[in-house]
Design a protein around this ligand. Structure first.
Ligand SMILES: [Zn+2]
Length: 299
């Protein structure tokens, strides 16, 4: 990842789309490290999902949300602690109530500073976005699930348990059948495995697969992925099926004592043949690495 030149990860307001009544997405325009950002309204309050990376992106999102809210109370949540999702939360301090799950709050506190440093190494445009970044502190923390009443609309925040990160959560708007998944789902690209031993090995392929099985069974009408185009429940099934195949094919080869290097070669060829249109091929290798470690640990 570090050797690629990353474009400026700027949040772009030119293509804001309505997802349902009083709910919009600021879509990720196909630029890496820009998330899909949600703004969900109720009678008296508005919830923002994700901040964009760094203070200037967050200022853009906050200004948009304040304008959208027209005096309604602002809340902020983030799906997980990764920089483009949560490293703008400080900008919302005093303007919005920042609400997240406990595991994510721990991730932010323990791993946030290291991720600032790691992401600064991704090139000058990303480093510039992180200039002056201060990590946010949640105002409210929940353990497993929290129902947030926006007035005539209840949003369900749920911690999924360790998967793409240690502290993932999903954000569901039941009256509209909309699910914000964060990086548990990326549309049009291979699942992002932030497998960076020895710095970060919290991603779990097996637990992620279990989470995707549960979410896919719920069949939401609209799925807003962490990155890529908004879709439907098929996006959940696609990630579930990819993770299952990745695990099964990796473990079958590991059982026959194949080297990790050969497994990476074979699985990459297999997956690229299966999904030739998907971006992010470098994440296949990280996924194999993670699943080899989980196999060897007997999980
Ligand atoms: Zn992420």
């Amino acid at each position: 990842m570090a050797e690629q030149l990353m474009p400026d990860p700027v949040v772009d307001l030119s293509d804001v789309r309505e997802l349902a009544r009083d709910m919009v997405v600021i879509p990720n325009p196909g630029v890496p490290l820009v998330p899909n950002i949600g703004v969900i309204g109720g009678r008296h309050s508005v919830l923002v999902v994700e901040t964009g990376m760094g203070p200037r992106n967050a200022e853009t999102v906050l200004a948009f949300a304040a304008d959208y809210a027209k005096g309604r109370t602002l809340y902020l949540t983030t799906t997980h602690f990764h920089p483009e999702h949560a490293f703008g939360a400080r900008t919302f301090a005093g303007e919005a109530t920042y609400l997240i799950n406990r595991d994510q709050a721990e991730d932010l506190r323990l791993k946030g500073p290291g991720y600032v440093e790691m992401f600064r190494g991704l090139g000058e445009p990303v480093a510039r976005r992180l200039e002056g970044v201060e990590l946010g502190q949640p105002d409210l923390v929940y353990d497993q699930a929290h129902d947030l009443d926006l007035g005539g609309r209840v949003v369900r925040l749920r911690a999924t348990g360790r998967a793409h990160s240690k502290g993932d959560q999903v954000v569901e708007v039941p009256d509209a059948g909309v699910l914000f998944t964060g990086d548990l789902v990326e549309a049009g690209q291979f699942a992002i495995f932030p497998w960076f031993p020895p710095h970060d090995t919290d991603v779990s392929g097996t637990r992620w697969l279990a989470v995707m099985r549960r979410l896919a069974d719920e069949r939401p009408r609209v799925v807003v992925p962490g990155h890529g185009a908004v879709g439907d429940a098929q996006l959940l099934a696609d990630v579930r099926d990819y993770l299952q195949l990745l695990r099964d094919e990796t473990w079958a080869r590991r059982d026959s004592a194949m080297s990790e290097e050969t497994i990476v070669e074979e699985i990459s060829a297999l997956m690229i043949a299966r999904h030739p249109e998907w971006a992010g091929r470098e994440w296949i290798e990280k996924g194999v690495g993670c699943l080899c470690a989980e196999h060897d640990a007997g999980s």
